[in-house]
Design a protein around this ligand. Structure first.
Ligand SMILES: NC(=O)C1=CN([C@@H]2O[C@H](COP(=O)(O)OP(=O)(O)OC[C@H]3O[C@@H](n4cnc5c(N)ncnc54)[C@H](O)[C@@H]3O)[C@@H](O)[C@H]2O)C=CC1
Ligand SMILES: O=C(O)CCC(=O)C(=O)O
Length: 471
């Protein structure tokens, strides 16, 4: 298979000046020395104008910490901005994370790093979090929003990879491939057909018909499977698949059940003893979603009793921060039981681990991070309101961009506009999400020595969470 990574849309170096109450280490003396602009996000620009790229401080003052082996594509985009990027292959335990996160402005993680309230409260300079994956359950999104820290993810760049892994597992379980392979690796020739099946004509029950579930349904139908799905919201059925009104009915009709739901309070132990009882005898369960979704002791019991003919697990309640011989009792006390079971495919959370997915995720999330740091754009954020303004251009030399994250309470806009009253507000956009609101305003005729006062006055409001001024 080709190792070539897909052509990556490079983000040109384009860093705005930033005057932020939360950033230590950045220059506090903005100048008017505007630099040659480059277009980094063409879609957001007006035609025939060139985006302004401003650098009153050295871009290497932006510190980025990337954990969990974030793909080279993402690292390159961030380095090309001039940011100081440190990339580590594993995740970090909480105490080390608290130490390391203190002075970074940007952190990039995948599914293992837990950004809890305790960790976030120690991240005094943190502007933005990039989850280089789909799931964001590892981040305390509410606390992040309350601190004015934006969170981005990659909503579907690895969906196809997870769907393809699931297809491989459906056939692998039906034919007991991993058992036969393990036997032959041990020198045992065991040619059997009992309990091995074609998948054609069998019923696949998909729980969670989002990006992954619906993609999987198309692939499964192409192999001649009948697809039914259960989701908490009504969703358009692709091809000939059918939505089922409740989980119990889906479980009782499916030969293969596969889970593609997020980790939430409602999906915790979604499949437990009662649900295994509702499944068909000799059916199969696949969990490529999150470890909390399946009650593993109940699964072990269902496998031992013969109720299940096989299962595949890619995710576990506790997963190690890096690679190594961790699949023992130290993290999860049921690992020995799992390892002893036949026709149980165990994979180390590799659903999204393909070259294609990782390089695409690297680009997508790094671009979100750059846009947020340089321009304040929250489009794509999973925890802040989505706000964007078209770029400032070199035709607007004395403009500044005010970014104001604040509590969503009455009277704030009046206060902000009073502070900005001496300037023309060229464009302004504000939106709220729950208790948090996000305002962006481009103002003209701003002299460099007025920036400090603007910053001070905006920060004075009791509703203030975070103010940045880009100019
Ligand atoms: N193993 C791996 O490497 C990977 C695992 N994942 C996991 O897969 C999950 C699903 O990913 P996507 O399909 O992209 O998410 P998605 O958000 O597109 O779809 C999830 C679907 O689940 C439904 N849902 C939520 N709660 C439900 C419940 N209680 N019962 C039934 N349906 C429910 C939602 O309505 C939605 O349609 C992610 O949240 C992530 O945890 C994602 C990528 C890679
Ligand atoms: O590849 C990873 O680290 C995480 C994949 C995953 O679970 C996700 O995208 O939610």
């Amino acid at each position: 298979m080709s190792k070539d990574i897909p052509i990556v849309q490079k983000v040109a170096r384009s860093v705005s000046n930033s005057w932020s109450n939360g950033i230590a280490g950045l220059s506090s003396s903005p100048t008017t020395s505007f630099h040659s602009p480059q277009a980094s996000f063409p879609g957001l620009q007006r035609s025939n104008t060139t985006q302004k790229a401003l650098k009153p401080f050295d871009t290497k003052d932006i510190k980025v910490l990337l954990l969990e082996n974030v793909n080279e594509t993402g690292q390159t985009i961030l380095r090309e901005q001039g940011y100081q990027v440190e990339a580590i292959k594993s995740s970090l335990p909480e105490e080390q994370l608290i130490e390391r996160i203190k002075d970074v402005h940007v952190i990039g993680i995948r599914s293992k790093t837990k950004l809890t309230a305790k960790v976030l409260n120690s991240a005094k300079n943190l502007l933005v979090i990039g989850c280089f994956c789909i799931g964001t359950n590892q981040v305390d999104l509410k606390t992040a929003a309350s601190l004015g820290i934006a969170v981005f993810n990659s909503p579907f760049s690895n969906s196809r990879s997870v769907a393809e892994l699931t297809i491989a597992e459906i056939i692998g379980l039906a034919r007991q491939i991993t058992d036969r392979s393990a036997e032959l690796h041990a020198g045992i020739w065991n040619k059997v057909s009992a309990g091995c099946w074609e998948v054609r004509g069998k019923t696949l029950g998909i729980v969670g018909y989002g990006h992954i579930g619906s993609q999987l349904s198309v692939l499964a139908e192409q192999m001649g499977m009948q697809v039914i799905y259960y989701d908490v919201v009504p969703l358009m059925a692709l091809s000939t698949s059918k939505q089922i009104k409740d989980l119990e009915t889906l479980l009782s009709k499916s030969d293969f059940v596969t889970l593609h739901v997020p980790e939430t309070a409602d999906t915790n132990n979604l499949i437990s003893t009662a649900q295994f009882a509702q499944m068909r005898s000799g059916s199969y369960l696949i969990n490529n979603s999150r470890g909390s979704v399946v009650d593993i002791p109940a699964l072990i019991e269902a496998m031992r009793s013969g109720k299940l003919a096989g299962a595949a697990l890619d995710v576990y309640p506790n997963e190690p921060g890096g690679n190594g011989d961790y699949f023992n009792g130290s993290l999860n006390n049921f690992t020995d039981d799992l390892r002893s079971l036949k026709n149980l495919i165990l994979t180390p959370h590799i659903g999204g681990s393909t070259e294609e997915a990782q390089s695409a995720i690297g680009v997508e999330v790094a671009q979100f991070l750059v846009r947020y740091v340089n321009e304040g754009t929250t489009q794509g954020s999973v925890n802040l309101p989505e706000v964007t303004l078209r770029s400032l251009t070199i035709d607007e030399p004395n403009h500044a961009r005010v970014i104001y994250v604040h509590k969503n309470v009455p009277g704030v806009l009046r206060q902000v506009n009073n502070v900005l009253a001496d300037h023309n507000i060229d464009k302004q956009m504000t939106d709220s999400r729950g208790e948090i609101a996000y305002l962006m305003a481009d103002i003209s005729n701003v002299k460099p020595d007025e920036l400090k006062e603007l910053q001070h006055n905006l920060t004075a409001s009791s509703a203030h969470i975070r103010t940045r001024i880009l100019y």
